[in-house]
Design a binder for this molecule. Sequence first.
Ligand code: NI
Length: 191
Amino acid sequence: MNDLPNPSIIHHSSLIIAWMAVLPIRTFPDPFLKTPSRPVERITPMIHRLIDDLIETVRYHPRCVGLAASQVGVSLRVAVVDVTGHAKVQRSGGLMVIINPQLVGQVGELIQREGCLSIPDFTANVRRASRIQVKALDRFGRSWSRWLEGFEAIAMQHEIDHLDGKLFLDRVANVRTDVFRRKRYWFPERR
Ligand code: NI
């Protein structure tokens, strides 16, 4: 009996390995990115796995501050945002898991350069609200609401757009003056 490994430990550790994955990103002009995502009706283990994989995928890509489920081919209103440590951020609320988010307040205006893993070749100047109030469910289905400002508010609006089937290119005022080809490509660090 004693030399048999504890099955619960083996099962547990293999689950953790299976539950963390860097997912492939869909890129423009994949029509999936233009399709509005469906609301989450029930938070299942599949949703938890999706959230963990979104977090893992964001952290794999340097300077990535958010990711929506539609970008990895899942049509559900789930996204993550974390602007911690980004050069443009002084104050951050840390990692936010957003399920079925709604923008319930919008104030002010801000034009900022945006990029997106799904549009690797371009950046653009995009006009958005400078302060927003977002309401969403967390990964346990608890409702939360928060005011965000500046870069963090921009990142949140960008991810909610993904869930509505919109890309930052759809919000550009003038394609000729406000869209920029990336001068050089950057690659994720190999870990
Ligand atoms: Ni994006």
